[in-house]
Design a protein. Sequence first.
Lengths: 361, 461
Amino acid sequence: MPKATRNEPNGEGAAALPAEEDDFALRSLQQAHAADRRHKAGKEELLHLYEQMLLIRRFEEKAGQLYGLGLIGGFCHLYIGQEAVAVGLQSALEGGLDSVITGYRDHGHMLAYGIDPKVIMAELTGRHSGISKGKGGSMHMFSVEHRFYGGHGIVGAQVPLGAGLAFAHKYNEDGGVTLAYFGDGAANQGQVYESFNMASLWKLPIIFVIENNQYAMGTAVNRSSAETHFYRRGTAFRIPGMQVDGMDVLEVRKAAEIALAHVRGGNGPVLMELNTYRYRGHSMSDPAKYRSREEVQGVREKRDPIEHAKNELMEMGVSEASFKEIDKRVRAQVAEAADFAENSPEPEMSELYTDVLVERY
Amino acid sequence: MAIELKMPALSPTMEEGKLAKWLVKEGDEVTSGDILAEIETDKATMEFEAVDEGTMGRILVPEGTEGVKVGTVIAMLAGEDEDAASVAAPPAKAEPLVSEAPAAQETKKGPPGGSAPPAGAVRPRTDPEIPHGTNMKTSTVREALRDAMAEEMRRDPRVFVMGEEVAEYQGAYKVTQGLLDEFGPKRVIDTPITEYGFAGIGTGAAMGGLRPIVEFMTFNFAMQAIDHVINSAAKTNYMSGGQMRCPVVFRGPNGAAARVGAQHSQNYGPWYASVPGLVVIAPYDASDAKGLLKAAIRCEDPVVFLENELVYGRTFELPELDDHVLPIGKARIMREGKDVTIVSYSIGVGIALEAAETLAAEGIEAEVLDLRTLRPLDKQAVLDSLARTNRLVVAEEGFPVCSIASEISAICMEEGFDHLDAPVVRVCNEDVPLPYAANLEKAALIDTARVIEAVRKVCYR
């Protein structure tokens, strides 16, 4: 049965499926995506996505600087290199209806949702005007208004929580879909598979998004994972998988649309693997000695999502002056956020005791 | 040789059952595996199968008989070449399941008791939260919990129940009996055996605006899920600066059951009660079980609701009110007394009340305080009672180290020192994993005798 293992992205393996599995649509989304890989964006649309990615990049660079100055403490996980994932996926969502949940590397997902950079940066510096009043920090930010549900520090915990959000969408029959992000490291946690099972069993409207940035902290995927093609990991639960280039915002966007159509159609969950790369260490305190400089530089030069979009925009005729103007705007926004975060007061001492419980007993 | 057919024990906690139906009659030939009768336990209707071959002799307990003690001879089976009709019935008596503990140990520990006080043997002091003159009916704790969930589900469409065997099986301990019929599979959801996963889904659903009741078959299994109870549910409101609530109820039986061994016998009250951001409730009687579960379901905070399997089947008075909701965080004086305070919660309250009865005969009037809520703890009620009695014992079915008893003890030291006429004494289980052997298990668990002894000690008697 040599063909049994041939479930490559191009979908050739489908022909080898046994007859009783004919209706088994595990590869149909992958095939649909292979047939129509990239979203056809107009100039304005791509410019908008480009600016969002650039905002995340500049914001994270600034956060790294503020960390170095001691203004940000504790753990701080930067999203640099992975911008196309959050921007591409979330641009396909229906704002105010769909919900998003992620792990501790959460700044980018909030910015991609258009949440004010000032309150995010002020949370990083632990100030009262931060989005969690300074009580959450880098890993614990939420915006119920935007249906962004955090910001969770225990690796993998956001996956069943996301399934619970999807459960609520289904229970309320509101048509919403949950996007639950997690990394290649979290993908080995047992609760992820418990969630896959129930989400598929109950046909919950959820897209499981594995952001495969190649390293679980310092452990490369091939040292931690028996199956490194993470998009296949839903197969045992009859969850269709999609393997997506997470460095191409338009490919991500197209894949999101295909997945969303499937989930909104009441067909249960989809598992997407977004192949991406983080340029910085796992967190600010990680020297990233487990990989070579050349490896990082190689990705930066050949696959950078922002450069990729910029080149495409230039081909569309966007002038260098326009890019300069965008860059200026983004830098100003980030500088303003940093000033705000630095100059906002710390929380009042009384805040120590608030929000422990909602009610008084 | 005639064989005695005895009322079987069909669950770890079954002490008696109803002989619902005989499926054979006197004179019938039976072979091994034949179903002889249907027996209703407190949890389910079970079939009673023949082990031996023979002819049914006298049926000694007619069908429909309730309260048949385990070990009672219910029929005789005549062997080969015996006249079934002439097989004599033995003298009627219930046989103990296990041999009694050695006499010496009994003497040391004093009179046995505490495991199951008869219903109505103790009269709880009137609950000030229940209007004077309210009609009372009787209810088991099990029914009270079910009614609490059903009433809240009728009241609020966001409320749903999920857990293992809660729907089609009608609840592993029958607590969710009938809910599937009334509310359907959308709101009464059987989960796979996957505590970590479904606790997370329940918590996420609460974040998404629903009101989940997550049933753990027992809290022993919730250790697989404790990360979501603590890290996901309890901390969310604080970490989000009050933005994101998590109104979920985790409920199920907690504490030692009967003869189920170390992994299935543990009181997690002190574990959860140590976590800021959680509400922890551990009721004793039916009225509190119902009134506090309703309050828990309405509560905006995450609640750990600790029940006790051994108490599920006990009958208590329950107020007949349209909406019986009790305040969270308030202890209740179960019995007034001037000489000493016994603080307890959950199954320990029954033991404390029984001890108080015995002590009253000796001239010691013990006040029994049921904490009901373990977090936030009603410190003031403890200190007020201490101020009246000046002596305090804590009775807790659980490990002694880092227990609720330890906490009460610390509170009395820090804030009630001037009122203490004797050191606070903790009466808990022994500091060992719960053993299986009947005599060892009995020796490991708190009982009335130990509470009485402790009270005498603090009263210098």
